[in-house]
Write a protein that binds this ligand. Structure first.
Ligand code: IMP
Length: 450
């Protein structure tokens, strides 16, 4: 099996570039597909999110977990771009560079970071955690209060500062000690007061020390920091092909997800133009990545959640524990109402169905294809609002399961009939073809439609 080559289909498209987005609540296995598609592209581009994402890839006996550096870094000759829409924690980037280098992966001029990407600072992480703790107890008698269940990586506070403007630091600022010091002097006095008001027992933030620490990190990263917008346009004009690596997922999109239980960026394909400076018309194909079932980490409505033995079995077989936080993921049946909505807003042109092997052995499978509303009527429209989505009852179609293990198959046609029927229903309901079926974490455990 190790010698088998994965032949990826060449797609003919109007735009030259490819996007890849998660169609559920994250952790769909995007890292594996980015890795598979990288060979057909010259540049991989992150456009949203930050170190809240965790993309894992298994190559041979090596497992790589990356939070900020695009997965393309694992392929030689691939340029990796962290676009302006990403919030960058320089400590994480430096840590990932060190770890990759230690494992023999070259990181040099193949990694560029937008000088306009905003920086996640230590006080953002403290603020994220303090706000979550505050919100947990904000409503008495409601489990979790109003907390989101964030990754506590400082993502929300960093994006909030971006919107506040004067209190944000961008990667380019790390290269100028005077600019950095002036900003941090103001920010530190403001943030110290805010953190105190949130009940954080900490020394006042030290602008001088933070300036030195972050100026030093800027110095270490200076060879990577540049204007990525012009660079991307130049590379595109030279015929290079891009792969946009979506982080988080459509249902966590700040505008189109299950608000307020979302992350703070546009993580559907709609975030690509603003997060990179490239018009959407340049994107020719969009891979929608979905699991054969559903998972969610953190709080928020999850209509098809299984809080029983089946949910537990899916969690164990699918190793459904967060790459970033290690938290157990909530597991449930496939919600096609949600997947079709995400495919619609992202313009998915093909699907990758991941982790199909995890469902092997279950006697009966269920797929949600409609929502019953509180007034008793049925709808097949997704509801991107947490409170209203929390009041629907899922309507299921039932399918026979399959008992065979499928993780050693090499051809989609050899899947058991019951698995074929399950995939057929997905394609038919979503109206987008499944091009890739993944039956295990390794590169070669991938069935590609011929
Ligand atoms: P934040 O992005 O850390 O602010 O977290 C907001 C919500 O999005 C929380 O429910 C997180 O668990 C969730 N979230 C953020 N990034 C990811 C991801 O990459 N996979 C799954 N869930 C995520």
């Amino acid at each position: 099996m190790q010698n088998r080559q994965i032949e990826m289909k060449q797609t003919s498209t109007s735009g030259q570039h490819t996007a890849l987005v998660g169609l559920q609540w994250g952790d769909e296995g995007k890292g594996k597909i980015v890795d598979l598609l990288t060979a057909r592209h010259d540049v991989t581009v992150r456009y949203n999110g930050g170190a809240n994402a965790g993309h894992s890839v298994v190559i041979g006996d090596q497992r790589y977990a990356l939070h900020l550096i695009p997965v393309g870094i694992l392929s030689p000759d691939t340029m990796c771009v962290i676009g302006n829409g990403v919030v960058v924690d320089p400590e994480v980037v430096l840590h990932e560079i060190a770890q990759l280098t230690e494992r023999g992966i070259h990181v040099g001029d193949n990694l560029v970071i937008s000088d306009r990407a905003h920086v996640v600072m230590p006080y953002h992480k403290v603020h994220d955690a303090a706000l979550e703790t505050f919100l947990e107890t904000a409503v008495i008698g409601r489990e979790g209060g109003l907390s989101i269940g964030t990754t506590r990586r400082g993502i929300g506070p960093a994006y909030a500062d971006k919107v506040h403007r004067s209190t944000s630091i961008r990667m380019g600022d790390l290269l100028d000690r005077n600019v950095l010091h002036e900003k941090l002097t103001v920010i530190c006095s403001l943030r110290s007061a805010e953190l105190k008001a949130l009940g954080v027992d900490t020394e006042p933030l030290d602008a001088d020390a933070l300036t030195e620490q972050y100026f030093d990190m800027g110095r270490q990263l200076s060879q990577h920091i540049t204007d990525t917008t012009y660079l991307l346009h130049e590379l595109s004009a030279a015929g290079k092909r891009f792969l946009f690596e979506g982080a988080n997922a459509c249902l966590l999109d700040i505008d189109h997800g299950t608000y307020p239980y979302v992350t703070s960026s546009n993580c559907s394909a709609l975030g690509i133009p603003s997060g990179t400076g490239l018009p959407g018309s340049m994107i020719g194909s969009v891979y929608g990545i979905m699991k054969a079932y559903s998972t969610r980490v953190g709080a928020g409505p999850f209509p098809t959640e299984l809080t029983n033995d089946i949910g537990d079995a899916i969690r164990e077989r699918g190793r459904e524990y967060g790459t970033t936080t290690g938290r157990p993921r909530r597991c449930g049946w496939l919600d096609l109402v949600a997947v079709r909505y995400s495919a619609m807003i992202s313009g998915a042109t093909q699907l990758a169905c991941m982790l199909l092997d995890v469902l092997s052995g279950l006697e009966t499978l269920r797929i949600c294809t409609a929502y019953e509303l509180p007034d008793g009527t049925r709808s097949d429209r997704f509801i991107p609002d947490a409170a209203r989505l929390g009041r629907i009852t899922p309507v299921y179609e039932e399918f026979s399961g399959w008992q065979e293990t499928i993780d050693d198959l090499t051809d989609r046609k050899s899947l058991p009939d019951a698995a074929q029927r399950y995939l057929d229903r997905i394609e038919q309901f979503v109206g987008v073809p499944i091009e890739i079926v993944s039956v295990g974490p390794e590169r070669l455990q991938t069935l590609v439609e011929a």
